[in-house]
Design a protein around this ligand. Structure first.
Ligand code: SAH
Length: 277
């Protein structure tokens, strides 16, 4: 990579936080309310599918930071009254901003649109999931809502705390594994790649995936969505059950007995997904 290119990429280190701060302020001050905020969120999550994964101009990346900060600000501004949808948007935008921040800090050559993980699967699958969650929520509200008031509070407290815990676990995994953690499963061992066994990696072998799983399913508890709760659980489990065997096969190839011993001592974390233990 040329000097100029890498300097341009590094500029995101200040453009990003500044854009998030401006977005937060504008979103919060706009006072759009939950209906219009949802509409903007739907447009954003659909529109991102047209952005190429390799887009890496600081302007484009800054714009995405601005939008995510803006949506988070809209959520914060609309949190009084019914906090469910605002907390959902805050938790989703926080998640994507964290993923991008991680790449900026530990994978400088991968600072591109893909790093936000806004389009992690083909065929706009992730956007469809986010839009479906908001649609189920709004349809239920239009039908008068099914939850009893007491149950709703329990859902909000349980859903929000578990979603936060899931995000925290994934974030801990990202910052523990650092450059060893990659959004794409490595099929060649990089020279600096070492086996991480400490911190959250001593609790389970896939804390990043467990964190994602808990986070995604808990956002549906928070919204009180029954259909999306089961759909998210099933789709997330399928995704990791497909990914973990391949990832572990590579890890055994990279680290041999060291990984097999680790697998004997520490559980995978995602049930029935590993072929090791
Ligand atoms: N499955 C892990 C990491 C996900 S990132 C988690 O859920 O936290 C995927 C990359 O992490 C893969 O390229 C794999 O080679 C690497 N990886 C997974 N576990 C690792 C470990 N314990 N130490 C080092 N690298 C690991």
């Amino acid at each position: 990579m040329s000097e100029g290119m890498s300097a341009a990429r590094r500029r995101i280190r200040w453009i990003g936080p500044a854009a998030v701060a401006v977005g937060l302020t504008l979103g919060w001050a706009a006072g759009l309310g939950q209906g219009r905020t949802s509409l903007i969120a739907v447009i954003f999550f659909l529109a991102v599918n047209w952005i190429p994964g390799e887009a890496d101009s600081p302007g484009m990346l800054g714009l995405i930071c601005l939008c995510l900060g803006g949506l988070m600000g809209c959520g914060l501004g609309a949190i009084a009254g019914d906090p469910r949808l605002p907390l959902f948007l805050i938790s989703v935008t926080l998640f994507h901003l964290t993923e991008f921040t991680f790449c900026v800090l530990f994978h400088e050559k991968d600072i591109e649109f893909r790093a936000f993980l806004l389009t992690p699967v083909p065929a706009a699958g992730y956007s469809v999931a986010i839009v479906a969650a908001m649609a189920e929520f709004w349809v239920r509200c239009a039908l008068g809502g099914f939850a009893l008031p007491g149950l709703r509070t329990a859902e909000v407290v349980l859903g929000a705390s578990l979603a936060f815990a899931g995000w925290a676990l994934r974030t801990a995994a990202l910052f523990t594994a650092q450059s060893n953690f990659t959004h794409l499963v490595a099929s060649q061992k990089e020279s600096g790649h070492r086996l991480v066994r400490e911190g959250v990696y001593s609790l389970c072998r896939h804390p990043g995936y467990v964190g994602w799983f808990v986070w995604s399913v808990s956002t549906q508890i928070l919204l009180g969505n029954i259909l999306c709760f089961f759909a998210y659980a099933w789709v997330s489990w399928r995704f990791f059950a497909g990914r973990i065997p391949h990832e572990e096969e590579m890890l055994v190839r990279f680290f041999g007995d060291e990984y097999l011993e680790y697998a004997r001592e520490v559980p995978a974390g995602i049930p029935n997904a590993s072929q090791l233990a």
